[in-house]
Every structure is written in C-alpha cells, then in structure tokens.
Unconditional design. Sequence first.
Length: 90
Amino acid sequence: MLDNNPKTNKITTKNSELITNTKLVTFTPDEAGSFYKNTNRLRSTQNKTKILRLIYGDIYCDERLKKFKMMEIDTCIRCFEKETIRHLLT
Ligand SMILES: [Zn+2]
C-alpha cells in the first residue's frame, strides 16, 4: 500500500506491502515497487487514475455492462467475440 507521510510530503512505499496481484497483471514485489513509483511520478491525476483503473480491471467493457444489466449483449462490435478488458487491449 502507498503510505502518505505528512512530514516530508512524499509518498513512501514498502515493497512488502504493495499489491502485486491485480485483475490483469501479476507483479513481483520489485516490479510492483517500480510500477507504483513510476505511476506516482505522473503529473496528470487523470492519467494516474486511468492507469490504475486499467490494471485493476475497472473498465466498462461489454462483459461488465452485461453483468450489471446495463447492456443486453457482451460481444465485441468488430469481431463478435466476448468483449473483456483483455480483449480490448489485444
Ligand atoms: Zn473484437
């Protein structure tokens, strides 16, 4: 987990506490450490949010929209396969 230190106003991390398994990616503790540090260096909050939502699988693909009953079909409009997050990225 990211730890906000108010005295130094810097975000400190301990690799052993980082989340290494997300829906889409499995990191080693070192990879997770450098990923979160690099993500934290981004100036744009919008981009930080987009990257974190993406790796945690919080994207509204048709599979999720159907699951939440916001859509009737869960197939890709281009190739008619099931539209998952992984399908959108590949
Ligand atoms: Zn497709």
